[in-house]
Design a protein around this ligand. Structure first.
Ligand SMILES: C[S@@+](CC[C@H](N)C(=O)[O-])C[C@H]1O[C@@H](n2cnc3c(N)ncnc32)[C@H](O)[C@@H]1O
Length: 335
C-alpha cells in the first residue's frame, strides 16, 4: 500500500497513506518538530471518533490496550525521526467512555505521557491546558452531562466541559541548533487584543529586556492555560482550516481540525524558520498549513483520501504572505 497519492512541493510534502508505512521511509533525525492529534482512544473500547473503515486506521482499534500497542509504533518512529533535544507536541484530551449521561473518563493524556517516556522522550513542560467555552462544547458534542437539564434532574450526572491538552515531549540529547528569537516574539496567535502602547516594540532591535511587545506575547504563551485560542472561546472565530467538504458518505462524525493558533504557537517556540515539521495524522493539513505559513517546511501523512484531498486544496491557498497580512491587520486594543 505505502503511498497511494502524494503532492510534493518545495516547502511541503503531503502523503495519502498509512503513516506506519510512510514514516519508516524517512531518514533518522530528519525532523525538527512534530505537532499532531492522534485519534482519541476510549477505555470503553474503540475511539471517540472513527474516521474511516480501513483496518489501518488507528481509530478502529478494538480496545484501549490495542490502541496503545499500535500507537507505540508511531511514537517509536517519531523518536527515530526527531533530532536530539527537539520536541514532539501531542494534542489530546480526557476521553469519555461514551455519551450515556453518566460516563467515566480515561486518563488518556497520562497514558500518552507514560508511552513517550517508555519510548525515550521526556516531558519537557507541564501540560498546556487549552480552554474551551462550555456552551460551544455542548453544542458541538451534544454531551448529555453538559446539558442544563442534567443539573436540574440529577446533578450527580453532570460534568464540566473537558479542556484539550498539549503535551510537550523532548527527545533526549543535546539540541545542536538553538531556536532563537533575536528580536523576541513578533507574532501573537490568539484572540486577545495587544495593548496599543506595545506596538512600537514590535521587532524591537534594541535590548530584548526592553521588548515589551515580546514580553506580552510570552506571558500569553507561558501560561499553563491557553484561554485565548480562536475557535474555542465562544466567539465567531473558527480558527481552523476548511474541513466540512472533506466529509464522505461513510462518516459518522467528521474530523474536527486542530486550531491553527495552537499549532502556530508550538512552531514559533520550537522550530526555526526553514526547519521541518511532521504530522503523521495530517487530517486536512492544519500542521502543514501553519508550518508553511510561518516559513517552515512540512510533511503531512493522512490515511483517508477525502481528508488528504482537502489538505491538498487547503495548501493551495497557503503562503508565507498570509502570515504577514494577518499579523499586520491584527487588532490592537485602543488606549
Ligand atoms: C484527530 S484526527 C487529526 C486531525 C488533524 N490534526 C487536522 O487538523 O485535520 C486523526 C487523523 O488520523 C488519521 N489516521 C488514522 N490512522 C492513520 C494512519 N494509520 N496513518 C495516517 N493517518 C491516520 C485519521 O484519518 C484522522 O484524519
Amino acid at each position: 500500500m505505502a503511498i497511494i497519492e502524494q503532492k510534493i512541493e518545495e516547502n511541503y510534502a503531503l502523503y495519502n497513506g498509512d503513516a506506519l508505512e510512510v514514516l519508516p521511509t524517512l531518514p533518522d533525525a530528519s525532523v525538527d518538530l512534530s505537532v499532531y492529534s492522534p485519534p482519541f482512544a476510549t477505555d470503553s473500547g474503540g475511539c471517540l471518533y472513527h474516521y474511516s473503515s480501513s483496518d489501518r486506521d488507528l481509530s478502529n482499534c478494538r480496545d484501549y490496550k490495542e490502541f496503545f500497542t499500535h500507537y507505540e509504533f508511531f511514537v517509536r518512529e517519531l523518536f527515530r525521526l526527531t533530532k536530539p533535544g527537539r520536541m514532539s507536541c501531542v494534542h489530546c484530551m480526557d476521553v469519555p467512555s461514551g455519551n450515556s449521561g453518566c460516563d467515566s473518563y480515561a486518563d488518556f493524556p497520562g497514558d500518552i505521557i507514560r508511552l513517550h517516556e517508555k519510548c525515550g522522550f521526556r516531558q519537557a513542560s507541564p501540560r498546556i491546558t487549552i480552554w474551551k467555552e462550555p456552551l460551544t462544547v455542548r453544542n458541538r458534542t451534544l454531551t448529555k452531562a453538559l446539558a442544563h437539564k442534567s443539573v436540574v434532574d440529577d446533578s450527580c450526572d453532570c460534568c464540566v466541559a473537558g479542556a484539550d491538552y498539549l503535551l510537550i515531549f523532548r527527545r533526549k540529547g543535546v539540541n545542536a541548533v538553538p531556536v532563537t528569537h533575536e528580536r523576541g516574539l513578533t507574532r501573537y496567535y490568539g484572540e486577545r487584543k495587544i495593548p496599543h502602547d506595545l506596538l512600537r516594540y514590535r521587532k524591537w532591535k534594541g535590548s530584548q529586556i526592553e521588548n515589551r511587545y515580546s514580553h506580552w506575547i510570552w506571558r500569553q504563551y507561558a501560561s499553563s492555560v491557553w484561554d485565548d485560542i480562536r475557535g474555542n472561546t465562544g466567539t465567531k472565530a473558527e480558527g481552523v482550516l476548511k474541513y466540512k467538504e472533506a466529509r464522505d458518505a461513510e462518516d459518522e462524525k467528521h474530523v474536527h481540525p486542530l486550531q491553527l493558533d495552537v499549532i502556530s504557537r508550538a512552531i514559533e517556540l520550537w522550530a526555526n524558520p526553514g526547519e521541518t515539521l511532521i504530522d503523521p495524522f495530517g487530517g486536512v493539513g492544519s500542521t502543514a498549513f501553519a508550518a508553511v505559513r510561518a516559513e517552515r517546511k512540512a510533511i503531512s501523512i493522512e490515511l483517508k483520501p477525502s481528508y488528504y484531498l482537502q489538505s491538498v486544496k487547503n495548501m493551495a491557498h497557503c503562503s508565507p504572505d498570509i502570515e504577514d497580512e494577518e499579523q499586520t491587520s491584527m487588532e490592537f486594543a485602543t488606549k
